[in-house]
Design a protein around this ligand. Structure first.
Ligand SMILES: Cc1cc2nc3c(=O)[nH]c(=O)nc-3n(C[C@H](O)[C@H](O)[C@H](O)COP(=O)(O)O)c2cc1C
Length: 435
């Protein structure tokens, strides 16, 4: 029986912009002990992976976990030491790094974790990063042109060594088999990388690739290279359309639908009863302050909202250069439900533009099952409103229902993240033996 895949979108202060204000909630994304507890809860719930987003600037007006945070790969190396089964995914933006560094870092994490590393290859949606790198943020098309070549170079670097290149034969003194080491010799438009990488082929062969772009260019890159895709959705029909849009692009790249898992983001607010869940959501929403939700709204829609009438309907806006996925989803939702700017602002404050699913545990499980079986999802990227409460509610109340229905694993099987996702260990791509 086909089963769901569940990812934990881990933001230390919760996905809700004011989740940290809930009684007993974690208030910092810099506390590794609290983060290790979150990972332990996800592993107790048999989740497939933990996923860390990233940003390369501090914006004190924005979401607290996008203002002060630990660097994701450093954090995941620490989590690799306190977890045993769960996948460990981190974002590194292709616009502000280089393929060698990324290939090396994720290969290291894959070795350290015994085959659980995943890279979320994003182009980086915010222009605020530019001044921290002495750069002007490139435009959308340019970012994706760079990203496409970048991902190919990283994959090539991961494949520079054959699995059994390291011989270490004391008797003969042969350390490496020269026939099993390969240069990359990449000369492209944006990158020139000789290789080989200075780390051997990893337990997964290649770390898993995650992607989350919703534009045409983003979907194309995902269809060609991603193993897991995070979708931004607000309702079932839209999720189904996005699911189909991605899966139908795979054949052109010689890939089968089951080679890519599509996981829509969802912020579950769960109670023992519907009333309890609604009360929790109302409590969370009551904590939103005007400043930070407004900042989020400006970022997602790509417009300056100074002086705007918050109670006027959200008008049609062109998709902006920062990111198409979120803006399109929010504009569609506003049009369908006739939302004002204030409504959209409240929606964004709740889950940063992702889908909020509020209800009794049975209702939440029913909806997830409907989406999973109805061709809208292969699983979900779970974005708890706050920690530990929002996560524990999902793991203790919803996961057991999904498991009892046979929709989700009851224990881990396999060794690597690829095993959990039902993915083959990839064959090495070509490569030239070192002269
Ligand atoms: C679940 C999810 C997580 C994301 N995480 C990040 C992130 O950590 N850092 C980032 O710069 N962009 C992140 N993004 C943004 C996208 O990956 C993408 O770069 C952006 O939306 C622009 O691409 P698009 O125009 O193709 O949508 C995320 C998007 C989603 C849906």
């Amino acid at each position: 029986m086909r089963q769901m895949h569940l990812g934990l979108f881990l933001l230390g202060t919760g996905s809700h912009v004011a989740g940290w204000r809930m009684p007993g909630a974690v208030t910092s994304f810099q506390d590794i002990h609290a983060i290790q507890q979150m990972a332990a809860t996800a592993e107790r719930g048999c989740f497939d992976l933990i996923f860390m987003g990233d940003n390369l600037y501090a914006d004190p007006g924005a979401h607290p976990s996008y203002t002060l945070r630990l660097e994701p790969l450093t954090m995941l190396a620490a989590l690799a030491m306190t977890t045993t089964h769960i996948g460990l995914g981190a974002t590194v933006a292709t616009t502000y790094s280089d393929p060698w560094t990324v290939a090396r870092a994720f290969a290291s994490l894959d070795h350290i974790s015994g085959g659980r590393a995943a890279w979320n290859a994003v182009t980086g949606s915010s222009a605020q990063a530019g001044p921290n790198f002495g750069r002007i943020h490139p435009n959308h098309a340019e970012r994706y042109a760079v990203a496409s070549e970048f991902v190919d170079v990283v994959r090539g670097l991961w494949d520079c060594w054959e699995d059994d290149a390291l011989v270490a034969d004391r008797a003969s003194g042969l350390y490496l088999d020269p026939a099993k080491q390969h240069k990359l010799s990449h000369e492209g438009v944006h990158f020139s990388v000789q290789g080989p990488l200075n780390i051997g082929r990893t337990p997964q062969g290649r770390p898993v690739i995650l992607q989350a772009g919703g534009s045409e260019a983003g979907l194309d890159l995902a269809a060609r290279t991603a193993d897991v895709v995070f979708a931004v959705v607000q309702d079932f029909e839209e999720a189904r359309a996005q699911y189909h849009a991605l899966k139908s692009r795979l054949a052109a790249h010689g890939r089968r639908p089951e080679e890519v898992s599509v996981l829509p983001g969802v912020m579950p607010v769960v109670g023992r009863t519907e009333r309890e869940a609604l009360d929790k959501l109302a409590q969370l929403q009551g904590f939103i302050s005007p400043g930070n939700a407004l900042q989020l709204l400006q970022d997602r829609l790509g417009i300056d909202l100074t002086g705007q009438d918050m109670d006027a309907p959200l008008r049609d806006l062109p998709l902006h250069d920062g990111g198409h996925g979120f803006a399109r989803t929010l504009l569609n939702k506003a049009r369908r439900d006739n939302l004002t700017l204030r409504d959209v602002y409240n929606l964004l404050g709740a889950a940063r533009g992702h889908w909020v699913l509020c209800g009794a545990a049975e209702q939440v499980a029913d909806t997830l099952q409907h989406w999973f079986e109805g061709g809208a999802a292969d699983g979900f990227n779970v974005m708890p409103s706050h920690f530990p409460g929002g996560m524990e509610d999902f793991v203790d109340l919803v996961v057991p229902i999904l498991q009892a229905r046979g929709l989700f694993r009851t224990r881990y099987e396999g060794r690597t993240l690829r095993d959990l996702l039902g993915l083959e260990r990839p064959e090495r791509l070509g490569g030239k033996a070192l002269a």
